[in-house]
Design a binder for this molecule. Sequence first.
Ligand code: ADP
Ligand code: TZD
Ligand code: MG
Length: 560
Amino acid sequence: MESTPMTDGFHVMVEALKLNGIDTIYGLAGIPITDLARLAQSEGIRYIGFRHEQNAGHAAAVAGFLTQKPGVCLTVSGPGFLNGLVALANATTNCFPMILISGSSDRAIIDLQQGDYEELDQLGAAKPFAKAAYRINRPEDIGVGLARAIHAALSGRPGGVYLDITAATLGSVLDVETAKKSLIRPVDPAPPQIPAPESIARAAELLSQAERPLILLGKGAAYAQADTEIRALVEQTGIPFLPMSMAKGLLPDNHPQSAGAARSYALGNADVVVLIGARLNWLLSHGKSPSWSETTQYVQIDIDPMEIDSNRPIAAPIVGDIKSSVTALLAAIEPGSVKPSPAWIEDIDARKQKNMRRMAERLSANPDPMNFSSALGAVREVLASRQDVYVVNEGANALDFARNIIDMSVPRHRLDSGTWGIMGIGMGYAIAAAVETGNPVVAIEGDSAFGFSGMEIETICRYQLPVTIVILNNGGIYRGDTHDGTPSPTGFVRDARYDKLIEAFGGVGFHCTDTESLAIAVKEGLASRRPTLINAVIDPTAGTESGHIQSLNPKSALQK
Ligand code: ADP
Ligand code: TZD
Ligand code: MG
């Protein structure tokens, strides 16, 4: 008598991932998913093991942003899941497609709160922070569970999805035939969303009346990979453009139509603004005065209809995917009908020239100790000839200065704190950028920002990733302490030598106190492709509280 061939939940999950082209898992092993990680690796899926789930989650999220495929993070139950949850929430907030897969403990014990190992109602905990959340309770449901997760992560506005798999499901057996039939490969999970012709006509009409039009590119535009279409819209209409931070490089920062160096002027004076994959949130002062004119009218291209009118009334909403929408809009614009006034272009140019001269002065000043401008001036020089390099960036002053100083010329090569202004994305994003693309990465980090994910330098060394970390070390959050005694709430150990940390794992450390040695160190790190950490010593008094967003600190009414 022939026995029916059997398989189990571990194998079905790995088969389902492979069927869906998931080639990388970012995770942290333990009960009940260790064997899942082992099996995935032995079946040819690249497994990148982290030191903390939050960093694995950030890596998965940014892998999703870079590839338009959901990045997968794998964690254990309870605290491991919770550690990953910050990254899942951040992915959802930033519209990155990601799937957090966590093993979970015994449902019967959890539901009666009888105290299982790492007991937690993970599905309930994940729901408020995810675009969608599902639990798989039977091995024959793994295929459909993963399919639903992929659809949810990729369709419409992308986001983070939680997929709970119980330990019992992983261990359960089923026959091979049933397992095979249960697998699903979603067909076209992110189909084009064609905009309504009326909305396109309305937008083209509004643009034809504009004298001072402006195109604002957000990270949704970067994600959409509509680079050719967006360039055509910008260049064929002659409209100046401004990139949000992660849209830098969609068109090069030195493009003649870039209004980047005249940002406040362009925002404050435009009469019609075309928002492409950018939300009017705090990063754009909610579209409110004094940053914006009260009379500005908007065209907004977004895949999510609920985004429209969220902060300011939108005169010409275009709900659709960016590729289809930009193509349709360009087709609807009669040649010569959109005419930015010559005065508008001249005014922007004049401001650009003035601001660029000012920046050049700041960059070339060579104070001792270094400040943010002089140190980043040195990094900028090196990166100017390395367009292949991915730039990761977080901190307060370290973020604000680098965003302005480091030019980008290729799409999707700048990854930063994003919509939340979150600290802790640094090493996770850097690892994923290196793993997904094979290109070198420079992570420009505030010393505080680095601390949130710093232990992952072991991961970077373990996998020998071409990551060069530049720590702009001013000795604290915003600034360093310059006094002895009780450390302030924002101060760290003075004269800390972060470069020595990476040496513990076989990486290369540099301690740089001047711009010349800093430039050499960055160049060497990139050329060698070896894990490198540069401790760039910055004047502890150089930063300002909260960088450019000091005004968001609450002030007591008593202090007026
Ligand atoms: P930024 O921070 O750069 O301004 P946001 O994250 O605020 O960008 O905005 C991104 C927007 O892009 C979101 O509203 C999201 O719905 C939208 N979006 C993402 N992908 C697409 C796409 N393929 N087509 C259209 N809109 C998209
Ligand atoms: N925690 C998290 C998760 N995100 C945050 N944004 C903060 C805390 C608050 N915060 C900022 O907004 S920036 C920052 C913190 C702690 C660090 C600033 O210090 P840094 O940069 O050393 O990274 P600079 O160059 O000293 O300003
Ligand atoms: Mg600092």
